[in-house]
Design a protein around this ligand. Structure first.
Ligand code: CA
Length: 359
């Protein structure tokens, strides 16, 4: 038998070793594992689905080098504690809403949505091209956190009420679940706002702990069953563009190699888009179902006297905030300037188009 020359055996062995190395999944040391906490109940439609899709797509895009495990509220039991858990490093990422942290860091509230503020396309343009991301990260950076837009619900409904709101007296003492700046605006008019996590909303309204609540809109409200216990469904004023949030612990982020950071960044942006589109679709489908199957729902719009008072209280509170804190002032002025610029375009594009359809 002819022996192979020694010189050709070595590259053969090397090639074999290299092939085996490439064939192996990324070695254990190279797999990065991140833990994500959601504010939502387990298997929550739209929001939870987008997170499941994100974990799967990150795994595939990274060839198994980035594995994200997601915990819904039943695991961590702190749906409104995401900020603290991600800041402490107990979780690497959170999926929640920035305005939930207003009691802790007041300037976080501007990055979800503002009453009488920007619509979803306007606000996304502000985040990505109008300085919104930079301002948001200035608020979160001192806490060792990065914040990214986490999906928009679009314009939200004004909520479910046990009693009709005919005037300002009907708001006095009204106990309503309504987070963010809108809650503070309502408080100015004598209401008693509170924030309650999604999982406890139905029982709070059913037991009369609260008289009214807002959650999202037909996309998610129908499944929550609020229409069975409150007859009035109001159109919105308070959350024209509710943006969810990805919070990332900065140390966890910095531990990731650059390519995995980029995969995560792009996956979060894709999840945000997915939530926006999915919510719009679910709203359209569920609105049709509600109109057909639950004709007893009374859809209302707040009367002009209430809207005027809300608008005035909102403007007054914004002035107070701007006077009290330089960074708040910068954010409020940035949003107002961008709104003015973008709205002129919205009016001559979408609004003009919609008006022409209704003639
Ligand atoms: Ca809401």
């Amino acid at each position: 038998m002819k022996r192979l020359p020694r010189i050709s055996a070595r590259p053969g062995l090397l090639a074999l070793l290299l092939a085996a190395w490439a064939w192996l999944p990324a070695s254990a040391a190279e797999v990065h594992r991140l833990l994500l906490a959601e504010s939502w109940p387990p298997n929550y439609p739209i929001f939870g689905e987008a997170i499941q899709n994100l974990t799967e797509s990150v795994r595939r895009m990274s060839g198994g080098r980035l594995i994200i495990t997601s915990h819904a509220r039943n695991k961590h039991k702190a749906p409104l504690g995401i900020f603290d858990m991600v800041k402490a490093g107990q979780y690497d990422i959170g999926h929640s809403a920035s305005y939930y942290w207003k009691g802790k860091v007041p300037n976080t509230l501007y990055f979800t949505t503002m009453p009488f503020g920007m619509t979803t396309p306007e606000q996304y343009a502000w985040f990505y091209h109008g300085g919104g991301m930079e301002l948001m990260n200035r608020v979160y950076q001192p806490h060792g956190l990065l914040s990214f837009p986490g999906g928009n619900t679009g314009n939200q409904m004004g909520g479910w009420f046990q009693k009709e709101i005919n005037g300002l007296d009907d708001l006095k003492g009204l106990k309503m679940r309504i987070p963010g700046f809108a809650g503070e605006v309502l408080a100015k008019l004598g209401a008693k706002p509170t924030n309650i996590a999604a999982g406890e909303l139905y029982s709070a309204l059913e037991r009369g702990t609260i008289d009214a609540l807002e959650w999202v809109g037909p996309s998610l409200d129908l499944r929550m069953g609020f229409h069975r216990i409150a007859p009035y469904y109001y159109t919105g004023w308070h959350e024209p563009a509710a943006e969810l949030q990805f919070l990332v612990n900065q140390r966890s982020w910095e531990r990731l190699p650059e390519d995995l950071q980029e995969i995560l960044r792009v996956a979060m942006r894709a999840a945000a888009f997915e939530i926006y589109v999915h919510t719009y679709h679910a709203s359209a489908v569920n609105w049709a179902t509600m109109k057909q199957d639950y004709p007893q729902i009374k859809v209302r719009t707040f009367p002009p006297v209430v809207m005027d008072a809300l608008r005035e209280a909102n403007a007054g509170l914004l002035r107070e905030r701007a006077a009290a804190d330089p960074l708040a002032r910068e954010i409020i002025e940035s949003q107002a300037a961008y709104l003015a610029k973008a709205r002129a375009w919205t009016d001559i594009s979408d609004l003009a188009y919609l008006n022409s359809q209704h003639r």
